[in-house]
Design a protein around this ligand. Sequence first.
Ligand SMILES: Nc1ncnc2c1ncn2[C@@H]1O[C@H](COP(=O)(O)OP(=O)(O)OP(=O)(O)O)[C@@H](O)[C@H]1O
Ligand SMILES: [Mg+2]
Length: 252
Amino acid sequence: MKNQVITSKDVHLFYGKFEALTGIDLDFNEHEITAMIGPSGCGKSTYLRILNRMNDLIPGVKITGEIRLENQDIYAPDTDVVALRKRVGMVFQQPNPFPFSIYDNVVYGLRLAGVKDRATLDAAVEASLKQAAIWDEVKDNLHDSALSLSGGQQQRVCIARVLAVQPEVILLDEPTSALDPISSTQIENMLLELRDQYTIIIVTHNMHQASRISDKTAFSFKVGWSNSMTRKKMFLNPKEKETEDYLSGRFG
Ligand SMILES: Nc1ncnc2c1ncn2[C@@H]1O[C@H](COP(=O)(O)OP(=O)(O)OP(=O)(O)O)[C@@H](O)[C@H]1O
Ligand SMILES: [Mg+2]
């Protein structure tokens, strides 16, 4: 059986009085890609941000339940959040390179961690850009601004930036939705290559993408409304009737 890298039990999240997550149980295995799909507003981004404590930055958020990374409670008071975010890296929907060179983008996290040795940084840049399947396109222009690249190239540089700090888990929130089909395919193929080394969790609205690249799919749907609160459940490899309906486009 594969090692469960992340486990979460009965996770609730409140934005003020609004309960955006209503008791989520989800586990993620190492060396697997788990896709998360579900209708807009069902809490996919909210759940993803829980896993590296990005919601901590939003005022008025309250989280209950248990979330463990390699059996360590990531909401324990003594958790080093900066170290956590190194272990659990995140890629967003819109490519968000810093307004620096490609090289400086990729080594950003390493420099923050105090790495100064040029040869170490050079090696990390080459290895990360190769893993992100963009080395050949940029190797002669590493000192050009990352902002001069296309959207698809920028997204792969952002992925290289995450890989450079050698995370265990990579969270991707709709990483290809702003990209053309060729760039999306490049990123999908890259994720399939990376799967052997990482635990990958990807939010996508594209069910074809989910079925192409994921080992498992976590699915969320809404059923009705009560007291303006959404009732929902998430499943792994769902078998329920509603899930079938959603997947076949009859619901959602
Ligand atoms: N910072 C916030 N403050 C208050 N409510 C929020 C905040 N962020 C999200 N929400 C609410 O929480 C719910 C879940 O939002 P979330 O962004 O996680 O959905 P999502 O599944 O990622 O949707 P989408 O597919 O559109 O990206 C929504 O009702 C949203 O309005
Ligand atoms: Mg979202």
